[in-house]
Design a protein around this ligand. Structure first.
Ligand SMILES: *[C@@H]1O[C@H](CO)[C@@H](O)[C@H](O)[C@H]1NC(C)=O
Ligand SMILES: *[C@@H]1O[C@H](CO)[C@@H](O)[C@H](O)[C@H]1NC(C)=O
Ligand SMILES: *[C@@H]1O[C@H](CO)[C@@H](O)[C@H](O)[C@H]1NC(C)=O
Ligand SMILES: *[C@@H]1O[C@H](CO)[C@@H](O)[C@H](O)[C@H]1NC(C)=O
Ligand SMILES: *[C@@H]1O[C@H](CO)[C@@H](O)[C@H](O)[C@H]1NC(C)=O
Ligand SMILES: *[C@@H]1O[C@H](CO)[C@@H](O)[C@H](O)[C@H]1NC(C)=O
Length: 751
């Protein structure tokens, strides 16, 4: 989460909410490291802490110094500790026989509601009474316990498996039978000047994601009349537990994320939802979310994460480990438009949430660059940067400028301007909220405004209050991070797309709508956009599937979500599967997928071996003794990963290539069923499936098949896609098949 604490460019803030830009400097002197040791089953908490201190003492002068530098002892799900170390101390520890791995602590950023109706989960959808036993844990900025979304009317006591805790923290009224757990994790334990040392949400992000996943139905929700309707979570009867790991000044630290995993796995959550991104780590054994999620998977807990907001750059997807569900963002069928009328009668539609009705018919219109405070400021005034505009020339006017930093509406309104017209070619596919009359336009529309301003001595304009319109959907959001997967060429990521544009959900009373200085708008609900918003939709759908199939593994639940996703038009979305994975989430179909591609821990280990991970680095993920890969890889390493999608990367754009994928499906529906393979192959790719018919005569029966893919050469950086669907009498089990060509021929690929 990147939040600016300076009030200057209070960007839109946040984790995987679109529009954030500012970074926080971390003091390099006080580096933290996480040290992983071998798992010792049966080791009690006290002994584990003693062991950790002993290891630490080997590089510290004294016991006291070791104790002081220790930040966390992870004792429940991992045998690891976090401590303040110098680079030399970290290196010395990593050389110890009993130390598996040492990684530096890093900081990450965070990345209706009509959205549930749009993806076909209506308020009358079939529900399982077990939904109330499902616990969704979120790692986020905290939660608003007083929100209507988390009232516990009609809820019984927490499920008996729940071992988590909740206390009365500062500014936090406590938990109830709906919000059953709330904790916070902060490595230094110090107060953050912009936050509160408590699970309370001063940001709004965590309240938004939690209510999207699990919120009660709240009628009459809206943002000043916009997006009006009943706001509800995907699993309104499920319980929610908040693990606050993201802080206003520092973002989300790896050490805190690991501590939250340690707690959540022990507490008994069913689903973990993480709308946090950060660096695009290629190596799974160096990434706290990947490590934590592996341990969760071993305990049958599914981890759902956001793909990141760095699209449409190719290869920008994060959280791409094969045991994680990686979620891209799509738009639903509405958009928010503000009409902008120019003095010459021309009407233009602008983007963004402007909840102000104009008080006058027209306002003087000025271009920022023309009203600079001195000629030297002309360039920065064209971007309406702070201290660049002449207040006497902008007072009472609408100011037109080009976006460079967020907060233009704040800057001009502080100078007494009536509002802002902001030109940008980015951020136009989601609606930002403004604290003053404002709207955003593309540069081609900007050119029209420029020439109008030049054409008259008294240019005028007015911005009307935003209205909601129907839009074509689903569309992949341009900000949603794209494949190909930087971690492995063999797995398609993101896995799936879900609504993440202009999502209405709960908000915090502790922050104004924009978080900008001078903003006096507050609301119980607000609109946010980002893969952060898409992630809790899929986490809730996973919880929904689990309420019908409590014994399904995380791999089985993910398979059900992926193979039942609704197709998204490749014609309208040229990045195709690299933007949306298998398609748009469809929870009602996911509860009855017909067949599943199941996966267990050993499949992942074999896969990692085939990817060239050493036994030692794999053991960081598994928490076991070092793994001997040479005894584990059967004939065909990568095929052991029974993933429900298929991806082939050509070795070179100039060479044809073929491969065979082996998969095994398990029947989970009608006792006697026959499925026929339906293949869709893109031009230049030949796909054959053998056998082409699968017959099942009993439940849990498994059937294997092969998918042979022969691809002709493909231009550098190009991707083509097809699919194989197993069509039965009642089900269609569809998997995309993606073939792509390396961006750069020189890149060496291990095959
Ligand atoms: C938190 O509680 C303290 C003590 O009651 C109070 O002074 C402070 O204003 C509260 N902070 C917020 C953000 O509500
Ligand atoms: C522009 O919009 C305004 C407000 O809705 C309307 O009154 C006017 O007729 C429109 N002008 C044109 C040229 O469509
Ligand atoms: C990942 O990092 C570990 C430890 O640094 C290293 O042993 C391993 O080889 C790396 N794996 C890959 C695939 O790069
Ligand atoms: C791993 O297994 C192979 C084959 O069984 C054996 O030759 C090798 O010594 C083992 N390596 C280690 C480090 O145990
Ligand atoms: C498939 O599995 C389901 C549930 O696991 C079972 O009810 C059904 O009988 C099985 N059908 C076949 C054809 O094996
Ligand atoms: C599968 O194919 C067989 C043979 O072509 C056909 O008889 C059967 O109806 C098909 N089943 C389905 C569900 O399409």
């Amino acid at each position: 989460m990147l939040i600016s604490i300076s009030s200057r460019v209070l960007v839109c803030v946040l984790l995987f909410v679109v529009g954030c830009v500012d970074a926080v400097e971390i003091d390099e002197e006080k580096k933290h490291f996480i040290v992983f040791l071998e798992m010792k089953p049966g080791l009690n908490e006290f002994d584990a802490v003693e062991t950790h201190l002993n290891v630490l003492m080997s590089v510290k002068e004294s016991y006291v110094e070791a104790e002081e530098s220790m930040v966390y002892s992870y004792t429940k799900s991992f045998n690891a500790f976090a401590a303040k170390l110098t680079e030399e101390e970290a290196l010395a520890l990593s050389k110890r026989e009993d130390v598996h791995h040492v990684i530096p602590n890093r900081y990450r950023k965070l990345q209706t509601t009509r959205s549930w109706d749009f993806i076909g989960l209506s308020s009358h959808a079939k529900r399982n009474s077990k939904e109330t036993d499902i616990i969704v844990g979120l790692f986020d900025t905290g939660i608003t316990p007083t929100a209507d979304s988390f009232k516990d009317d009609g809820f019984g006591p927490p499920p008996t498996k729940w071992k988590g805790t909740c206390h009365h923290f500062a500014n936090f009224t406590g938990c109830n039978k709906k919000l059953i757990g709330a904790r916070y994790f902060k490595l230094d334990g110090n107060t953050d000047p912009a936050d509160i040392l408590s699970p309370i949400d001063v940001d709004g992000h965590g309240t938004h994601t939690s209510s999207t996943a699990t919120g009660n139905a709240v009628a009459g929700a809206s943002l000043s009349g916009l997006a009006k309707g009943t706001a509800r979570g995907g699993v309104p009867s499920a319980r929610v537990a908040m693990y606050k790991v993201c802080w206003a000044s520092t973002g989300c630290a790896d050490m805190d994320i690991l501590a939250a995993f340690d707690a959540a796995i022990h507490d008994g959550v069913d689903v973990i939802s993480i709308s946090i991104g950060g660096g695009a780590f290629g190596n799974y054994s160096d990434d706290s979310i990947s490590i934590g999620a592996f341990h969760a998977m071993k305990k049958g807990i599914i981890t759902v994460t956001s793909a990141g907001n760095d699209g449409p750059t190719p290869g920008s997807v994060v959280n791409h480990a094969p045991w994680i569900v990686t979620v891209g963002a799509s738009a639903i069928d509405r958009k928010f438009i503000s009409l902008l009328e120019l003095g010459n009668g021309k009407n233009i539609s602008g983007v963004g949430i402007n909840i102000f009705n104009p008080k006058k018919k027209m306002y003087p219109l000025v271009y920022g660059g023309d009203v600079a405070r001195g000629a030297g400021n002309r360039e920065s005034a064209s971007h309406c940067e702070e201290d660049s505009l002449d207040p006497s020339k902008v007072k009472g006017s609408l100011v037109f400028c080009e976006l460079i930093t967020w907060g233009v509406d704040s800057v001009v309104s502080a100078l007494g301007a009536n509002g802002a017209i902001i030109q940008s070619n980015e951020y136009l596919d989601n609606a930002n909220i403004f604290m003053a009359p404002a709207t955003m336009v593309s540069s081609s529309v900007g050119a029209v405004i420029h020439s109008y301003i030049k054409s008259t001595r008294t240019p005028t304009a007015v911005i009307y209050k935003t209205r909601q319109l129907k839009a074509a959907a689903p569309m992949a959001a341009s900000f949603s991070s794209r494949g190909p997967n930087p971690g492995t060429t063999r797995i398609l990521k993101p896995d799936i797309a879900a609504p993440g544009v202009d999502i209405l959900a709960g908000y915090t009373p502790l922050k104004s709508l924009t978080g900008q200085e001078g903003d006096t708008q507050f609301s119980k609900f607000t609109l946010m956009s980002g893969t952060s918003m898409a992630c809790p939709h899929v986490a809730a759908a996973a919880a929904y599937v689990k309420s019908f199939h409590p014994l399904w593994s995380p791999g089985a639940i993910r398979s059900a979500l992926i193979t039942t996703a609704s197709q998204i038009s490749r014609r309208l979305n040229p990045d195709g599967e690299f933007a949306y994975g298998a398609g748009n989430l469809n929870p009602s179909r996911a509860i009855n997928p017909g067949l599943i591609y199941d996966l267990n821990e050993m499949s992942y280990i074999q896969f990692l071996c085939s990817e060239g991970y050493t036994g030692f680095s794999i053991s960081v993920l598994t928490g076991t003794k070092s793994i001997n890969c040479s005894t584990l890889i059967p004939g065909h390493g990568h095929d052991s990963l029974n993933y429900p999608t298929f991806q082939l990367r050509l070795k070179s754009p100039r060479r044809a290539m073929s491969t065979v994928f082996r998969r095994r499906v398990t029947n989970v529906s009608h006792p006697v069923s026959v499925y026929n393979a339906t293949i869709k192959a893109p031009p230049g790719v030949e796909i054959t499936v053998t056998p082409s018919t699968l017959s099942f005569s009993r439940l849990q029966q498994k059937r294997s098949f092969k998918v042979a893919v022969k691809a002709s050469p493909l231009a550098s950086g190009k991707m083509v896609s097809g699919s194989v669907a197993w069509i039965g009498a009642r089900h269609a089990v569809r998997s995309p098949i993606v073939v792509y060509s390396p961006e750069d021929e020189e890149v060496f690929v291990r095959e």
